[in-house]
Ligand binder design. Structure first.
Ligand code: GLU
Length: 419
């Protein structure tokens, strides 16, 4: 299959709009419905100043986008990254709507981002940036309005600081304003592992559908943050052989299987590349390995028209948001590769965020077994619904997932009298 590399956009906002069009083509929706869905309902752009450790004042920029609140309050993470853009945050808020829709959560999509590199901030600076951003968006969010959570380079500790800032501003304890918090202040058991755990549930289901054994199935994981690191561990515990992992600086590869525990320890104390000089591999080469399972777990646009033809994995499970472009999707589908789309594959995170929010509102907390049991049931049911719809319409899983979500959102908008 030939694709025009020149024409492909890597703008995530345009990509999200193309994905909506692809699914809407099956649904026979009035034009105004897709028009509503193709942009966020509200966007807030803020700048705020923070005193740095050396006494200087630095001005930061951040965004919060709320895509659609027909089904319920908006929900989605806050990303701290030097390459955050407004279009990226808008796209991520749209993907959150479709993610919540496909797993049946009573939320619309939201997302936030701050342009900063947390790896270059001291702990005190990071705390001040986190609190200042929350202060800047405090009137825009709330437990019944828009509920943030962790995303790339944001942690439970950052969620704790943000919840504290919001609570102090409002003069009440308000754990339900944000999820992914430390357990002691209203976090949920299982939230930290939830994104990876949900992803692994869908991978196991896809392996079964493709009649591939779990035992010794080979896997490559690109990205070693919360999702990638835990996915590698859980896949290895399930019996898979993790042959490659990487972080933003590069990866390591051993066809005989890597020791994930050792790599995790190296990541915490130095670099995963200390595993051994002879094992070093680039991120680009990792993506093209001949493996059963490829898990992109970092950022957008890693599988594009440029490399899609060289992807050899049988299953691509998108733990990251937006790793595959629409052009690449077409190539992978033509090659018979199963792509478990981000809106399904990584929906475990927001699912357990929902459980956390419910527990906060009830002030009644569940055991880990209860959380994981509910997560598994929801992920498997959602996977089966997406797979069956894809088969029915002879389309890919992403388009089917969008069809399910768009139908739900459109029904909610109709019930409210918006359309
Ligand atoms: N940032 C995560 C995502 O992209 C989690 C969102 C949440 O828990 O609200 O799905």
């Amino acid at each position: 299959m030939t694709v025009s590399v020149m024409e492909e956009t890597l703008n995530p906002y345009q990509i999200a709009q193309q994905q909506i069009d692809a699914a809407a083509a099956y649904l026979n929706l009035p034009e105004h419905v897709t028009q509503i869905l193709k942009q966020p309902k509200r966007v807030l752009s803020v700048s705020f100043s923070v005193r740095m450790d050396d006494g200087s004042i630095r001005v930061f920029e951040g965004y919060r986008a709320q895509h659609n609140d027909a089904i319920g309050p908006t929900k989605g993470g806050i990303r701290f990254h030097p390459e955050v853009t407004l279009d990226e945050v808008k796209a991520l808020s749209m993907w959150m709507s479709f993610k919540c829709g496909v797993v049946g959560l009573p939320y619309g999509g939201g997302k936030g981002g701050v342009i900063c590199d947390p790896r270059e901030l001291s702990k005190g600076e990071l705390e001040r940036v986190s609190r200042a951003f929350m202060e800047a968006i405090a009137d825009f969010v709330g437990p019944d309005k828009d509920i943030p959570a962790p995303d790339v380079y944001t942690t439970p500790q950052i969620m704790g600081w943000m919840m504290d800032t919001y609570s102090r501003l409002k003069g009440v304890n308000s754990p339900g304003v944000i999820t992914g918090k430390p357990l002691i202040i209203g976090g949920s058991k299982g939230r930290n592992e939830a994104t990876a755990q949900g992803c692994v549930y869908t991978i196991l289901a896809a392996l079964k559908d493709r009649q591939l054994p779990v035992q010794n199935a080979t896997a490559a994981v690109q990205g070693f943050g919360n999702a990638g690191r835990i996915a590698a561990r859980l896949l290895s515990e399930a019996g898979c052989r993790i042959v490659a992992v990487s972080d933003s600086k590069g990866g390591i590869y051993d066809p005989n299987g890597l020791d994930i525990e050792r790599i995790s320890a190296l990541k915490d104390h130095s670099s995963i590349r200390e595993y051994g000089e002879s094992f070093v591999i680039s991120n680009a080469a990792l993506l093209e390995l001949d493996v059963d399972i490829l898990v992109p777990a970092a950022l957008e646009n890693v599988i594009t028209a440029v490399n899609a033809d060289r992807i050899k994995a049988k299953i691509v499970a998108e733990a990251a948001n937006g790793p595959t472009t629409p052009e690449a999707d077409r190539v992978l589908a033509a090659k018979g590769i199963t792509v478990i789309p981000d809106v399904l594959a990584n929906a475990g995170g927001v699912t357990v965020s929902y459980f956390e929010w419910v527990q906060n509102l009830m002030n009644y907390y569940w055991s880990e077994a209860e959380v994981l049991g509910k997560l598994e049931t929801n992920m498997i049911q959602s996977y089966v619904a997406v797979r069956d719809l894809a088969q029915e319409h002879s389309t890919d899983l992403r388009t089917a997932a969008y069809m399910i979500s768009i139908k739900r959102i459109a029904a909610a908008m109709e019930a409210r009298g918006w359309i």
